[in-house]
Ligand binder design. Structure first.
Ligand code: ATP
Length: 378
């Protein structure tokens, strides 16, 4: 086990940069330090540099500049197989002609581990991943979930200092992904190996991570615990990337003490007007999460008038999608099953008009053109 430290890591790829494309291809000036035993998750949209960063740490890709340390050792010049890291990919990469037991043993055999230790370790690892009944099978006789567990087992069996996992669950169907995710978390709690996990699935990031690194176009946007990232996003990109459903973004125009949002008007606290030095006619993006929008009695002042466009049951709660009247903006909010029942058949609710209160205590304000957070300031 070991800490992992990245100092100003950059990797620039030569590529065609068009007006629409990202201005930087690769990763740029990435620095962070993962304490020994922590589980960190790298997230971000496709092409933001997650896999490149993981491959640089593994030694499969060379950084253009910067330093990497595993524990106290600088590994810049250390080849991949001597870095003592184990990497698991989304496509499992098991040896098809070997049995599960042989796949689990392979890494240890390559390192010259003695036969009895290998046998003991294969059994221990297989039991911890509940694949001990599959040891004699070949990969093609296993389900996707079982294959992925063998791939994880092969990495664990080597007792590496660091685990690098690149979207290891993305080939599994939804149910299996949930259960394997829970097992992975439990496994990390048991073995406590420093883990870096790449995903573009924010639920995986939120449920697995000690800390999340949000990347965007090769840069670090934010590093924080799942709670910090969810409740204190640094900008609109992070706010809308983390959380399911994503944070609602409501375009508004400030006009003489009110926010005009389509047909709705909401009083803007005067403290905010002076703090943000709002000018009449100024556009703003108001951000608020679904759970902080509430259904109010009709004609409540300072509320949004919306029309229901969709209803999705989430089990304990129902997600309602509604269009803000006078705009094309769709917002999500949550309704209790009791509210849905009292309101009649959920299909009949489509097209119904509602009044939605928006609690200013949970409001974010972003610059519409840059996405920069204007409020809250911290
Ligand atoms: P995804 O979620 O789609 O897997 P990612 O966040 O893992 O994406 P990377 O695969 O790290 O992104 O790629 C980051 C950027 O670098 C992308 O623009 C990609 O096209 C570019 N890139 C990656 N590898 C190379 C390469 N070998 N040559 C040129 N460009 C590359």
């Amino acid at each position: 086990m070991s800490s992992v430290k990245l100092e100003c890591i950059s990797r620039k790829f030569v590529g065609t940069v068009t007006a629409q494309a990202q201005r930087f291809i690769g990763v740029d000036d990435i620095s962070f330090e993962i304490p020994d035993g922590e589980f960190w998750v790298l997230v971000g949209p496709s092409g933001c540099g997650k896999s490149t960063l993981l491959r640089i740490i593994a030694g499969l890709e060379t950084a253009t500049s910067g330093n990497i340390y595993i524990g106290d050792r600088s590994v810049n010049q250390v080849p991949a197989r001597q870095r003592d890291v184990a990497m698991v990919f989304q496509n499992y990469a098991l040896y098809p002609h070997m049995t599960v037991a042989e796949n689990l043993a392979f890494g240890m055999q390559m390192r010259g581990t003695d036969k009895s230790t290998i046998e003991r370790r294969v059994i221990d690892v297989a039991k911890s991943l509940q694949i001990d009944m599959l040891l004699d099978r070949k990969p093609k006789q296993l389900s996707g979930g079982q294959q992925q567990r063998v791939a994880l087992g092969r990495a664990i069996a080597r007792s590496p200092q660091v685990f690098l996992l690149d979207e290891p669950l993305s080939n599994l169907d939804a149910g299996l992904r949930d259960s394997t995710r829970a097992e992975l978390k439990q496994l990390h709690q048991q073995v406590g190996i420093t883990t870096i996990y790449v995903t573009h699935d924010c639920t995986e990031a939120m449920t697995l991570a000690d800390r999340i690194v949000v990347l965007d176009r090769g840069y670090i946007k934010q590093i924080g615990t799942p709670d910090e990232i969810y409740h204190h996003p640094v900008d609109r990109m992070v706010a809308t990337f983390i959380g399911t459903p994503p944070m609602n973004i409501i375009p508004a125009i400030y006009q003489n003490g009110i926010w005009q949002i389509g047909d709705s008007q909401i009083a803007c606290p005067s403290a905010l007007v002076s703090q943000l030095q709002l000018r009449s006619g100024q556009g703003l993006d108001l951000g608020i999460r679904a759970e902080y929008l509430t259904i109010c009695p009709n004609s409540t002042p300072d509320a949004l008038v919306v029309t229901i466009r969709g209803i999705e049951s989430l089990g304990r709660e129902t997600l309602v999608k509604a269009q803000i009247n006078g705009t094309s903006t769709i917002i999500n909010f949550l309704a209790t099953p009791e509210w849905i029942r009292q309101s009649g058949d959920s299909r009949q609710l489509l097209g119904t008009q509602l009044t939605i209160g928006l609690s200013l205590a949970w409001l974010f304000i972003f610059d519409p053109s840059t996405g920069r957070k204007l409020f809250p300031v911290l």
